[in-house]
Every structure is written in structure tokens, then in C-alpha cells.
Design a protein around this ligand. Structure first.
Ligand SMILES: C[S@@+](CC[C@H](N)C(=O)[O-])C[C@H]1O[C@@H](n2cnc3c(N)ncnc32)[C@H](O)[C@@H]1O
Length: 261
């Protein structure tokens, strides 16, 4: 795991006594068994919960301050204004969510996640940072499907999935693309990050990389449009950002809904 020297939580973690090798082996074996015995998303959410119990900041990838601010500033520069609504898919422990909640008007932030401990910690962050009056909606997707049923067709101005597709397999991303239209208006902007590779690759239990064309093809299959966003996303571990929008109704009927590359 890459370390952020400026993060207070990470220096606290570094100062903690390290478990002895036997305990590390036991932990690694527990994680290995999780992924071997359970359905991927069940294993991944349990693994996230174990990581949240240890350190809620590194559980979502670390660089708590830097990556939280980076996401927030990126969306604000892309036009997110306080009166706009935001859906944060895979909000985790609110690394970025706490910045969005503070900035947005009340009732404008919705975060969804599949990991119960991440959502529980997110609720603590809201209380601890005196953000309760903003009334953010934090939703646990207990069935782990990316079909947005819990949101009951509520639509959003902006949607973000940051460091989420980096941990999902192709079938999960396809599920997301096939249902995301139910929570999008015609003008909704959905920003998502991914790790780029020449071909689909998995690394370890929960890291997946994709060639960019996969997203263009998926979008086309689901009447969506992918494009490079106007601003480059300067992610320290080189995740790429793409922008997904709906195909305008007139373009759909005229079959002119091409993603721009
Ligand atoms: C690496 S963390 C990133 C958290 C946050 N987006 C950020 O960048 O600060 C990935 C999060 O996505 C969540 N997640 C993964 N698959 C999901 C799914 N299918 N639906 C909702 N959340 C999901 C995980 O539980 C985890 O909290």
C-alpha cells in the first residue's frame, strides 16, 4: 500500500506496534479463505469491513486527505455547485464524501456502499464532523447488486464512482452500466475512475485493470456516451477518469449516439 507521509492516520498506523509474523500469516490465510469460499462481492465487502476495523482511512486506499480533496476539487471544477445533487457510488468511509457533504446544500449528498462497517464509520464521520444538519443519505446495499433499487429511481445531477471499478469484475461494471440510466437525468454527468491496462487483468484478490475501449463498448450497448472529461484527473496512482452521460433521446432515435474518442 502506498503511504501518504502527510496523513495523520497513516503516521498513527506506522507508530502502532506491528503484529508478529504468525498473526500476519493467520490474517492473510483468513483473507485467502474469504475469497476462495465466498462469492466475490461478499468476500470483498467482508474484507473491506476487516480493513475498516483496523484503519478506516487506509481501508479505502489511504491518502485520506490528499485523495479526498482531489476528488472534491475535481468535481467542483467540473461544475458541481452546492445546490446540485451527488450520488457517490462506493462512498466507503467518506474519504471524499465528508468534503462533498460540507460543500453541498442539505439533502444533496447520497452515498451508497456494500460494506456495513464502511457505512457505519461514514455515519460516525458525519456526527464527528458536525455534518448531521446536511442530512446526507448513506445507504447500505445489502444485496450488493449495482441496480440502484434502494434509490427508487431518484435521479442525480452528478454521479461519482471513484476507485470502485478498480475493484470490480466485468460483470459488475456491466450491471452498473445497464442500470445507471434509472438514476440519471439527460444532463447527469457520471465520472468514474479505472486502472488502465492493454487487456483485462486481475492482480491479487481485488484489483482489476481494463483497456479503455471496454467502457466505450459498454456505453454503446446501453445507450450511454463515454468521453474524456475536459479536465485531466491527476491521480497519484494513475487511475484514469472518464465521463459517462446519457444519450439524448433525439440521438437515440436517429442512431447517432457515438462515444467520443
Ligand atoms: C477503494 S474504496 C473507495 C472509496 C471512495 N470511493 C473513495 O475513493 O474514497 C471502494 C469502495 O467501493 C465499495 N464498493 C465496491 N463494490 C461496490 C458496489 N457494487 N456497490 C457499492 N459499493 C461498492 C467498497 O465497499 C469500498 O468501500
Amino acid at each position: 500500500m502506498e503511504r501518504d507521509p502527510n496523513s495523520r492516520s497513516e503516521s498513527r498506523a506506522a507508530a502502532r506496534p506491528r503484529p508478529c509474523t504468525g498473526a500476519l500469516d493467520e490474517e492473510a490465510e483468513k483473507v485467502r479463505r474469504l475469497y476462495a469460499e465466498k462469492d466475490y462481492l461478499d468476500a470483498y465487502s467482508e474484507h473491506t469491513d476487516l480493513r475498516v476495523a483496523k484503519d478506516p482511512h487506509t481501508a479505502v486506499g489511504g491518502m485520506w486527505d490528499r485523495l479526498g480533496t482531489l476528488q472534491f476539487e475535481y468535481l467542483r471544477d467540473a461544475g458541481l455547485a452546492p445546490h446540485r445533487s451527488l450520488l457517490d457510488i462506493g462512498c466507503g468511509t467518506l474519504r471524499a464524501g465528508r468534503h462533498f457533504i460540507r460543500y453541498l446544500d442539505a439533502n444533496r449528498y447520497t452515498g451508497i456502499d456494500i460494506a456495513p462497517a464502511a457505512i457505519a464509520y461514514a455515519r460516525d464521520v458525519v456526527r464527528g464532523e458536525s455534518l448531521a444538519e446536511k442530512n446526507p443519505r448513506l445507504v447500505l446495499c445489502s444485496d450488493k447488486a449495482l441496480n440502484f433499487c434502494e434509490l427508487q429511481r431518484q435521479t442525480f445531477d452528478y454521479i461519482l464512482a471513484h476507485s470502485v471499478f478498480t475493484h470490480l469484475m466485468p460483470q459488475h461494471i456491466e450491471e452498473c452500466f445497464s442500470h445507471i440510466g434509472t438514476v440519471m437525468k439527460v444532463e447527469t454527468q457520471f465520472f468514474f475512475t479505472f486502472s488502465m491496462a492493454d487487456e483485462y487483468m486481475s492482480d491479487g484478490f481485488k484489483n482489476f485493470s481494463y483497456p479503455e475501449h471496454i467502457f466505450y463498448e459498454l456505453a454503446q450497448r446501453h445507450s450511454l456516451v463515454v468521453r474524456e472529461p475536459r479536465n485531466i484527473y491527476e491521480h497519484p496512482r494513475h487511475q484514469r477518469m472518464l465521463l459517462l452521460t446519457r444519450c439524448p433521446p433525439d440521438a437515440q432515435s436517429g442512431n447517432r449516439c457515438d462515444s467520443e474518442r
